[in-house]
Design a binder for this molecule. Structure first.
Ligand code: PRP
Ligand code: URA
Length: 209
C-alpha cells in the first residue's frame, strides 16, 4: 500500500502559505520552492542506506556512517517540477536528473507527453519524481508509468500541494510508491485546478501569465 505523508512542519507550512499568496512575485516564488524542496528532501531521503566508514578526526580514528549503496535520480515533471530541482540537488548533489515532459490538455485535463529523458541506470536508483501540483493525478500516474517502464522499482513522489482526488487516483494506479506532500487541499474546481491551491504552478514559477 502506498505511504502518503503530509508534512506539518511549521517552516514548510509558512513557506507554502507565502507561495499561495497571489501577490508573491515569481522570483520569491522560485526561492520558496527551492527552500521547501530542501526541507522536504530530508524526509524523502530518510530511508537511504548508510554504510560504516573508517576515518580519522583531528582527535582519533573513528567509525562513521556515510551514504552508500543506493544512488538517487530526481525526475521533475516539466515544466513546473523544475522549480524543485535546485533545492533537491543542494541536499543530494550526486543525484542524476531525468526529465519527463507532460502538459495537461486544457479541455480534457489529460496529460500529453512531449519529452522523456531518464538516466540510463534509473533501474538501480531511488527515483524521486517532483512536481508542485497533484491535481487529477493524470500527470503523476503517467510519470510513474514512464520510470517503471525503464525498470525503476524504488519510487517516491514529492508534491507541494495535492488534491484528495489526485492522491486517490495515484495510490490506486500505483500502490507501491511513496507520496510526500507539503499540504493537502480541499478539492478540484470545474477546471481541475486545486482549491484553494496556488494557481498555475508553471506560470507562477516562470512568470508566463
Ligand atoms: C501542472 C502541474 C502538474 C499537473 C498536475 O502542470 O505542474 O504537472 O499540472 O495536474 P494533474 O494532476 O491533473 O495531471 P501543467 O500541465 O500545467 O504543465 P506546466 O508545468 O508546463 O505548466
Ligand atoms: N496544475 C496547476 O498548476 N495547478 C493546479 O491547481 C492544477 C494543476
Amino acid at each position: 500500500m502506498a505511504k502518503v505523508m503530509v508534512f506539518d512542519h511549521p517552516l514548510i507550512q509558512h513557506k507554502v502559505a507565502m507561495m499561495r499568496d497571489k501577490n508573491t512575485p515569481s522570483k520569491e516564488f522560485r526561492d520558496l520552492a527551492r527552500e521547501v524542496a530542501m526541507l522536504m528532501a530530508f524526509e524523502v531521503t530518510r530511508d537511504l542506506p548508510t554504510q560504516e566508514v573508517d576515518i580519522e578526526t583531528p582527535i582519533c580514528p573513528t567509525k562513521v556512517r556515510m551514504l552508500g549503496g543506493l544512488d538517487v535520480a530526481i525526475v521533475p515533471i516539466l515544466r513546473a517540477g523544475l522549480g524543485f530541482v535546485d533545492g533537491m540537488l543542494e541536499i543530494i548533489p550526486n543525484a542524476k536528473v531525468g526529465h519527463v515532459g507532460l502538459y495537461r490538455d486544457p479541455e480534457t485535463h489529460e496529460p500529453v507527453e512531449y519529452y522523456c529523458k531518464l538516466p540510463e541506470d534509473i533501474d538501480k536508483r531511488k527515483v524521486i519524481i517532483v512536481d508542485p501540483m497533484l491535481a487529477t493525478g493524470g500527470s503523476a500516474i503517467a510519470a510513474v508509468d514512464f520510470v517503471k517502464k525503464r525498470g525503476a522499482k524504488d519510487i517516491s513522489l514529492m508534491f507541494l500541494i495535492a488534491a484528495p482526488e489526485g492522491i486517490k487516483a495515484l495510490t490506486e494506479a500505483h500502490p507501491d510508491v511513496d507520496i510526500y506532500i507539503a499540504a493537502k487541499d480541499d478539492h478540484l474546481n470545474e477546471n481541475a485546478y486545486i482549491v484553494p491551491g496556488l494557481g498555475d504552478a508553471g506560470d507562477r514559477i516562470f512568470g508566463t501569465k
